[in-house]
Design a protein around this ligand. Structure first.
Ligand SMILES: Nc1ncnc2c1ncn2[C@@H]1O[C@H](COP(=O)(O)OP(=O)(O)OP(=O)(O)O)[C@@H](O)[C@H]1O
Length: 248
């Protein structure tokens, strides 16, 4: 469903953050990109929805090319791609419900979106989604009054409102304590298995990658260095990703 063909990104200062990355994801996969800080994971994920413009290569979603898409088509393609961020990317001073409804913007006429006018159906769905994620009672709170784990649930609810085919999760638990991290990844797993949404998730902790990923893509210095399944991931492979050994 997602296809990357020799994707590269060189930033203006000459940093080669992503170097010739190719892989395909099948519908319903839960794939983790594992690598240390600076490996290029975030740049890679952002290339997929063109928050970062790749400098070379081709990216396609369900056969429709994202690279080179004109703005109107790109907007349409982005509807299908939910994104979750390490720092949640919520509008801090806005209500939780407003943040969640932002996930419908890609489907809302511009004039209505400008005045934050959403259909009753969208509002009902936003409440139901918050309920599913266990924070129904927070709908009318300011986003920045929530804990980190709760804010990430709002980020996930916003992504779900897009009815995405795929969710890109960029270090979604890096700012959370282990318990909150586990519950956020459980939520992503549930969305993957129950809703069939494909997940591509950046992580830097091997143990979490092993626990939640059903496929693990190892990334180092902008390149994919392995593509494996958790049971086959060994200590030597993990050590290749990190400058300091992390395995016993
Ligand atoms: N806007 C930018 N301009 C120049 N270089 C950048 C830019 N953004 C990232 N980089 C560099 O690109 C490389 C890859 O960064 P990236 O953030 O993609 O890695 P990462 O694996 O996601 O790490 P982290 O988890 O710390 O964000 C790093 O060397 C980083 O310094």
């Amino acid at each position: 469903m997602l296809s990357l063909d020799h994707v590269s990104k060189t930033y203006q200062d000459g940093t080669e953050a992503v170097r010739g990355v190719s892989f395909d994801l099948q519908p319903g996969e839960f794939a983790v990109v594992l690598g240390q800080s600076g490996a290029g994971k975030s740049t890679l994920l952002r290339c997929i929805n063109r928050l970062v413009e790749p400098t070379a290569g081709r990216i396609a979603l369900d056969g429709s090319e994202i690279t080179g898409a004109q703005p109107a088509r790109l907007r349409q393609q982005r509807r299908h791609i939910g994104m979750i961020f390490q720092n949640y990317n919520l509008v801090a001073r806005s209500m939780v419900l407003t943040n969640v409804l932002a996930g419908r913007l890609g489907y809302t006429p511009v004039a209505a979106a400008l005045i934050n006018h959403f259909s009753r159906q969208d509002v009902a769905e936003a409440h139901a989604t918050l309920d599913r994620l266990g924070i129904a009672d927070k709908a009318h709170r300011r986003a920045d009054s929530l804990s980190g784990g709760q804010q990430q649930r709002v980020g996930i609810a916003r992504a779900l409102m897009q009815h995405p085919k795929i969710i890109l999760a960029d270090e979604p638990v890096a700012s959370l304590d282990p318990a909150a991290a586990g519950s956020i990844l459980e939520i992503l797993k549930d969305i993957n298995t129950r809703d069939g949404v494909t997940i591509l998730c950046n992580l830097h902790v091997p143990e979490l990658a092993r626990r939640f990923g059903r496929r693990i893509l190892g990334m180092k210095a902008g390149k994919l260095v392995f593509d494996t399944v958790p049971d086959a991931l060994d200590a030597a492979q993990i050590d290749t990703l990190y400058d300091m050994p992390v395995s016993p």
